[in-house]
Design a protein around this ligand. Sequence first.
Ligand SMILES: NC(=O)c1ccc[n+]([C@@H]2O[C@H](COP(=O)([O-])OP(=O)(O)OC[C@H]3O[C@@H](n4cnc5c(N)ncnc54)[C@H](O)[C@@H]3O)[C@@H](O)[C@H]2O)c1
Length: 412
Amino acid sequence: MKALRYGIVGGGFISAFQLRALAQVRGIEVAGLVSRRPPEQLAAYVREHGLGEGRVFQSIKKMAPHVDVIAIFAPNFARVEMVEEIVDAVKSGAQLKGVVCEKPLARNMAESRRVVRLVEDAKLPHAYFENQLHMKSMQVHRAQLEPIMQSMGAPLLTRSAEEHAGPHNPWFWDPTRQGGGVMSDMGCHCLAVGWHALTPPGKGVRFLEPQSVMADLSLLKWGQPRWRQQLFDKHGVDYARTPAEDFATGMVTYKNPETGQRVKSQFTVSWMYDKQGLRLALDGIGPGYAFELNTLRSPLEIFIGDAAAASVSNAELALEKSQASRGLLAVQTNEADLYGYTDENEDAINAFTQARAPLLDWHYGVEIVRLTMAAYLSAERRSTADLTDPATERELETYVPLIQQGRGGQVL
Ligand SMILES: NC(=O)c1ccc[n+]([C@@H]2O[C@H](COP(=O)([O-])OP(=O)(O)OC[C@H]3O[C@@H](n4cnc5c(N)ncnc54)[C@H](O)[C@@H]3O)[C@@H](O)[C@H]2O)c1
């Protein structure tokens, strides 16, 4: 079978990570790359690793006729214009088999509805990339516990967390461009993984019905004068004027539509986790059983003493968003696989080549945006957002959080 030709949009952090994943996946080649600045380094990586031609194009429109799938790995603020350009290319004759979008699907409901309408009108198959559902630790714990869940019942409570010390580029910190702070950036992961881990085996990813969201958002570290100044000096973002949350926590309640039973998923995300580096954690409790995962645990430990520390050049070789280059380091040998990037690409490739649905499509992405918006609404109003209330449902369709509007000072 001919390899599926990917065309990647965006030449930054996630594209580099995804290339490490794609090197482990069969049936795909990276035919094209587009970014604001020509992504020559990524193109060289593609060719060095035998991943494909890795041709750099000037625009999505120019790349579209030469690829089968376009993967949007670019910043959140450019989603709508990029999907418009992809759809224009299809209307001009580009024969795409699918389009992929990294999380989050969009910054708010209006944008997410717009991108879904565009791809559906163009009859373009779509896959939403939420890597955490594809993590092998997710797949394996669910397979292992399946017979137990069948006899005892699905989990009743999950607690998910994603934390690191803060993003790598200015646009993430700017709530108007990114969509908010850490809730918009990483809350989407925890909402998704918590929901999935609660879902009874054999049921679809949207089987459990969201009932309510209660959230609390705060600016704990990066609003303090010393850290605010550091943020301004490093990224040019001023949290005295346009702050965003660096910590968010909350609870989503779901209903099982067959039994009426209510189950809960608690989430915590932060950009102020001054520990070794990125940590994804999830635990779940069912009647008579439990599971727990933590990506900072590894069978490999490395210790680097002060005397040797000067020779360490790149701490991120050990772990994403690494905070230290000496001492006892947390090291992961295959982060692209650990975090689910390999399996999400395999799922998309199989879906697009076999004309079947991927695990997650953009309609699912819209649901995650809806839960994220409900979390902002809840925190703004200091009350639980009731998703069964038609008035709340209507309000969320046009709601833009104050933080996303650049008016975070009113709520943080
Ligand atoms: N799944 C995950 O865990 C994960 C991790 C990181 C990022 N992401 C998502 O991936 C996306 C990109 O994030 P990133 O970390 O790679 O950001 P980044 O800032 O590292 O890179 C963004 C890239 O896009 C390019 N770009 C900017 N505007 C563009 C435009 N209008 N047209 C074309 N290219 C443009 C930039 O030049 C840069 O190369 C975001 O939506 C983010 O939420 C997901």
